[in-house]
Design a protein around this ligand. Structure first.
Ligand code: SF4
Length: 158
């Protein structure tokens, strides 16, 4: 039997896809997932944003509000990047439906990948409740979402 499959936010496994051109490698997460075949994904890359890029946050809402047309994703200069984030979410959903992973792990707090908590749109490091745009779309489609913090605090059973 093949290994169980885990989709994981690419920056967490050492891919330099963050807005600042760096990764957010979490070696302890990679170790925790050593029994899985890892399938990295980056919604912002899939949405065709460049790397590096300006940081962006969801303003006046969360990912579900963005999907409902009730909030925008703005970069730090105030440009509307909502279409890129929606495109990236839809591309990630297609990948999810193709791969049918046993587990999906998202980078906490990101405007794309955040699960349950995201930056609040003020670019001050403050948090608000809610998912990022991609996490919200996958949640709406019935996916069971974990952040890296969830995994490291309570390793899931395969
Ligand atoms: Fe990491 Fe997700 Fe941001 Fe890509 S969109 S850099 S995977 S947190």
């Amino acid at each position: 039997m093949g290994k169980a499959k885990a989709m994981v936010s690419a920056c967490l496994v050492g891919i330099n896809c963050r807005y600042d051109g760096k990764s957010q490698l979490r070696p302890e997460l990679v170790e925790c997932l050593r029994d899985y075949q890892l399938i990295p994904f980056c919604p912002e890359y899939l949405g065709e944003l460049p790397t590096p890029r300006l940081p962006s946050e969801i303003c006046n809402g969360d990912g579900a509000a963005v999907l409902a047309g009730a909030a925008l994703v703005l970069n730090r200069q105030g440009d509307d990047w909502t279409p890129y984030f929606i495109k990236g979410a839809e591309a990630t959903l297609r990948l999810y439906q193709e791969v049918r992973p046993d587990l999906i792990v998202f980078k906490a707090k990101s405007p794309s990948c955040g699960v349950g908590q995201i930056y609040d749109g003020t670019f001050t490091g403050k948090l608000r409740s809610g998912d990022g745009v991609t996490a919200a779309l996958l949640r709406q489609k019935g996916a069971c979402l974990y952040s890296e913090t969830d995994i490291l605090q309570n390793k899931p059973e395969k």
